[in-house]
Design a protein around this ligand. Structure first.
Ligand SMILES: C[S@@+](CC[C@H](N)C(=O)[O-])C[C@H]1O[C@@H](n2cnc3c(N)ncnc32)[C@H](O)[C@@H]1O
Length: 219
């Protein structure tokens, strides 16, 4: 029996307006009959990532694979990293495999420091960051320090990573959430890989985000 992963690749089909045929982001037909206040309310609630996925701008794949605590050894993830990582990268939770992809690595269980201390000590700008931390507060607590259970600690880690990525650089995040670094930190979602593992296991969710250039075009 072969152990090939099942691949379900689907670039979400662009959906046009059924009245004017334009892209949904350009169409104004739905505005008809609505007051300015109502339009504003509706627009506020359309998640831009949902809209971009509908229009085929976000690449979405779902590939089944066996689970592994060393995330980067999971076949579809290994393949994604080979394709997406180039240049000088940081991995603050490197485990056994971060060194294969990132020049600057750290891991608390491999003689390193905690990720926040490590990131605060880095200067300059990098092509990207790999973010493969413990996937839950319960897992995070097992590494000893009390602050690993606080949301503030994980927020600060994301802030530091955002600071270190150069405009146009990438953040690749792994976990049970597709939140990534997010729009608020200047990132745009570009690709999602969902890796189901079967049974009662949670999927591994991989997001790739690009850092937008600063407003006004300054580097
Ligand atoms: C999901 S594993 C990373 C696996 C790695 N990507 C691989 O494929 O080999 C998470 C790693 O983060 C490390 N770790 C956990 N909490 C940490 C913290 N607060 N600071 C730095 N490293 C931490 C653990 O020792 C563990 O190796």
């Amino acid at each position: 029996m072969t152990n090939k992963p099942k691949v379900e690749e689907r670039k979400i089909k662009p959906l046009g307006c059924n009245q004017c045929g334009k892209k949904l982001s350009e169409c104004v037909c739905w505005h008809k009959g609505l007051s300015i206040k109502q339009i504003f309310r509706v627009q506020k609630h359309i998640d831009s990532a949902t809209q971009r996925a509908r229009e085929g701008e976000i690449n979405f794949e779902r590939v089944w694979a066996m689970p592994n605590k060393w995330t980067f050894t999971i076949k579809p993830i290994r393949e994604l990293l080979k394709k997406e990582v180039s240049g000088v990268w940081i991995d603050p939770f490197a485990g056994e495999n971060g060194k294969k992809y990132a020049k600057f690595t750290n891991d608390i269980a491999e003689g390193g420091v905690d990720a926040l201390t490590y990131l605060k000590g880095l200067r300059g700008k990098y092509d990207g960051v790999l973010y493969d931390p413990p996937y839950s507060i319960t897992q995070a607590r097992q590494y000893g320090h009390k602050e690993f259970a606080s949301m503030r600690y994980w927020k600060q880690i994301k802030d530091e990573m955002a600071r270190l990525i150069k405009p146009g650089g990438k953040a690749i995040c792994f976990g049970w959430s597709s939140q990534g670094l997010g729009k608020g930190r200047g990132f745009t979602l570009n690709r999602i890989l969902l890796v189901p593992h079967g049974g009662s296991k949670n999927d591994t969710i991989v997001t790739i985000e690009l850092k937008s250039p600063p407003k006004g075009g300054k580097k």
